[in-house]
Design a protein around this ligand. Structure first.
Ligand SMILES: NC(=O)c1ccc[n+]([C@@H]2O[C@H](COP(=O)([O-])OP(=O)(O)OC[C@H]3O[C@@H](n4cnc5c(N)ncnc54)[C@H](O)[C@@H]3O)[C@@H](O)[C@H]2O)c1
Length: 272
């Protein structure tokens, strides 16, 4: 029997159309939470892989419902603060409360810091860092109003604590997410809202399998030393479902004493 430890709680997840976001939506629904699934479902300019499509977001909703969960979808770009605020208003109207937030939407693209364009730098910071702040700005007031405490998770990256070459703008955005999350954890402690960052490394999603990174390794072979194998099961990437188990744990009372933490979910890459 599945343990419905999150029954009665409502989870807002960005980047939920596929990849880690969809996996987190399904796992949180499996634990009993109602789901608000947000995704732009539109391509960005600089990533070497396609973003999700509207059908992907619809498929996330179908999978949640097929598993017996309730779901509300919103096709919103995380760069659109008012759009996220509307999604939160709709979520409160439908489900009455908000307890869990997974600020997961993100993009990756490649290039050396002095060679990328201002537009490429800005897009990465806008989606990965300002997008997370927009999610915080849109969701936290509703969580405080509900008065039930809660759990916010931001998805940074191993690149948010150990900066690699070839994507310094991505690293800057993800370091920013770690700093934002630490400050937020301090500010929200008195409301009983826990705030933690997850640090994935290579994960089996379209972002994690982006082959456009190989051009950079061809041009700058020494960069590969910053992308070392992990300690565990070095033959493959982490599966999104493995990270979702940590998300469900952090969302629930079992992690009730954990806040302001950076949690590696990367098979030990950061330990080396
Ligand atoms: N896959 C990895 O190897 C890896 C490693 C470290 C960190 N991460 C982080 O994990 C998070 C999830 O990525 P993933 O691996 O599932 O990749 P993914 O590309 O499969 O999923 C990202 C999702 O975010 C959506 N999205 C992109 N830009 C958006 C925007 N502006 N507004 C709303 N939605 C948007 C996409 O449509 C997609 O559905 C990201 O923040 C990423 O930086 C991934």
């Amino acid at each position: 029997m599945i343990d419905k430890t999150l029954a009665g709680k409502v989870a807002y997840i960005t980047g939920a159309a596929r990849g880690q976001g969809r996996s987190h939506a399904l796992a949180l629904a499996g634990a009993g939470a109602d789901i608000v699934a947000v995704d732009a479902c539109a391509n960005t300019k600089f990533s070497g892989y396609d973003m999700a499509a509207p059908e992907d977001l619809a498929e996330t909703a179908r999978l949640v419902e097929a598993a017996g969960g309730k779901v509300l979808t919103a096709q919103v770009d995380v760069r659109d603060l008012e759009g996220q605020q509307r999604a939160v208003t709709d979520a409160i109207a439908r489900f009455g409360r908000l307890d869990i937030v997974v600020a997961n939407a993100g993009v990756c693209n490649w290039g050396r810091l002095w060679e990328i364009s201002a537009a490429q730098f800005a897009e990465t910071i806008d989606v990965n860092l300002t997008g997370v702040w927009n999610t915080v700005r849109a969701t936290v007031p509703a969580m405080i109003d509900a008065g039930n405490g809660g759990s916010i998770m931001t998805i940074s990256s191993s690149a948010g604590v150990k900066a690699p070459p070839g994507c310094g703008h991505y690293a800057a955005s993800k370091f920013g997410v770690v700093g934002l999350t630490k400050s937020l954890a301090i500010e929200l402690g008195e409301y009983g809202i826990r705030v933690n960052t997850l640090l994935p490394y290579g994960t089996n999603t379209p972002l994690g399998n982006d082959t456009s990174m190989y051009k950079m390794f061809e041009e700058h072979p020494s960069y590969v030393y910053s992308y070392t194998p992990t300690l565990l099961k070095t033959d493959g990437l982490v599966e999104p479902e493995e990270i979702s188990q940590v998300v469900v744990w952090l969302a629930g009372d079992g992690a009730g004493v954990i806040t302001g933490a950076q949690i590696p979910v990367e098979k030990g890459f950061l330990a080396r």
